[in-house]
Ligand binder design. Structure first.
Ligand SMILES: Cc1cc2nc3c(=O)[nH]c(=O)nc-3n(C[C@H](O)[C@H](O)[C@H](O)COP(=O)(O)OP(=O)(O)OC[C@H]3O[C@@H](n4cnc5c(N)ncnc54)[C@H](O)[C@@H]3O)c2cc1C
Length: 385
């Protein structure tokens, strides 16, 4: 086993660490209050290539592999989570369907724009009646001449309001549904009949918006079926593959946030004095710090190992990726809870970032497949073996 991080990835991580420290962290609180990321910062993210971490180099991306992506996300997640989410859809759910299943023409047309960050992409699967049960989507697509007419409502779409395009899933055969009746479409925001609906009000993740997307006889050219004509009806597989691929990075985000919370907690415990001594001298506090550090250590090993398996062996890591997602996100939620406890009343105040991490991390157990769905995937894979 060799856990040495390759030099090129170390350099990338260093660059991101500097960017977080110098550019993102100083405005993190402002972004939280204004619920908006300044355009200047998005421009810097583009310059650093952060929108194209997972896009093949022939289409202008950095293609730094699963481990590289995880390392970058880990660093980026040590500050306000909205920054990572801003680049997240381009690297993950908004692009991978095209990377894996798109035609050559689709890749040539869309991936360079996604990789450079010139365009923001998003992923539109969830609907009011179809969350975990994604096969129950009601949005339909009907072939009318050279176009598909899409009708329906998507909700909870990350970056929906800033997206220039969306990978949208719609029913093309009601009888077949997930078994050959759902199709993936690339929909540009300028296509007639495509509207951004309400921006949803959330518990956290301020600075990152989720919105409804409305399709009202939205006309999508035939050539925008992901993968072209032969892939009509194969969209559900594209959606599931896309979500599978994102699970490791979600673990990395949780890990980075947990690491930051540990560092903040150690610092606070050393300087907060009660009963005449720093609270770090109380064993109750020490045990919380020890539990945080131990669980972070365990999470990091499983994350890096699964990423290494994917990069070097090309192994299918469906089971491991779900294990990483469920373990790391639940670990980070426990760490956030302990961090609030170590900070006492200050952990509950908006003056410090701990309460923001606590709220933002709650989401990681819900989106891109809830913890319960991850456990179903793990069990299914186990029982198949
Ligand atoms: C902030 C945010 C951003 C999001 N971004 C996107 C996005 O960009 N694109 C997109 O398409 N979607 C997005 N989503 C949707 C997200 O993926 C869903 O919220 C998630 O899949 C859960 O679906 P649901 O909310 O409908 O919950 P439900 O599916 O209704 O689940 C409710 C509860 O029931 C449990 N449950 C459901 N089925 C089972 C089962 N078979 N066995 C055991 N337990 C079960 C769930 O685990 C959960 O605890 C986002 C959601 C949020 C909150």
């Amino acid at each position: 086993m060799d856990f040495t991080i390759p030099e090129n990835l170390k350099l990338m991580v260093e660059t991101v660490r500097r960017f977080v420290k110098q550019d993102l962290e100083p405005v993190s609180q402002q972004v939280e209050e204004e619920d908006f990321i300044p355009e200047e910062l998005v421009r810097k993210m583009r310059e650093l290539g952060l929108f194209g971490l997972s896009i093949p180099q022939e289409y202008g991306g950095l293609d730094i592999g699963a481990l590289g992506e995880c390392l970058v996300y880990e660093e980026l997640s040590k500050t306000n989570a909205c920054f990572r989410t801003r680049i997240g859809t381009n690297n993950g759910i908004g692009s991978q369907g095209i990377v894996m299943d798109g035609t050559k023409e689709q890749k040539e047309k869309y991936l360079p724009r996604i990789a450079s960050g010139e365009w923001t992409s998003c992923f539109a699967l969830s609907e009011p009646e179809a969350g975990s049960d994604a096969a129950n989507i009601q949005t339909t697509a009907e072939l009318k001449g050279d176009h598909w007419a899409l009708n329906g409502l998507k909700h909870f779409i990350t970056n929906g309001d800033v997206a220039d395009m969306a990978v949208v899933f719609a029913v093309t055969d009601r009888k077949k549904r997930a078994r050959g009746g759902i199709t993936a479409f690339i929909v540009e925001k300028t296509f007639p009949g495509f509207y951004v609906g309400a921006i949803e009000r959330k518990m956290g993740m301020r600075g990152s918006h989720t919105s409804e997307l409305i399709f009202d006889n939205c006309l999508v050219p035939k050539e925008n079926v992901v993968g072209g004509e032969p892939n009509v009806g194969r969209g559900f597989a594209t959606a599931m593959k896309t979500l599978d691929k994102g699970r490791l990075t979600m673990g990395a985000c949780a890990l980075g946030a947990a690491q930051k919370l540990l560092e903040l907690s150690v610092g606070y415990a050393k300087q907060r004095v009660q009963f005449g001594k720093p609270i770090a001298e109380f064993q109750a506090i020490q045990f919380m710090l020890a539990d945080m550090a131990t669980q972070i250590y365990a999470s990091r090993q499983m994350l890096y190992h699964a990423a290494w398996l994917r990069d070097t062996k090309g192994t299918s890591v469906i089971k491991e990726a779900s294990m990483v997602k469920v373990y790391c996100t639940e670990m980070a939620n426990r760490v956030a809870d302990m961090a609030v406890q170590v900070f006492g009343g200050m952990g509950y105040m908006k003056d410090l970032p701990v309460e923001r991490f606590y709220r933002d991390l709650r989401l990681t157990r819900i989106y891109e497949g809830t913890s319960e769905i991850q456990r179903l995937v793990i069990a299914r894979e186990l029982l198949k073996e």
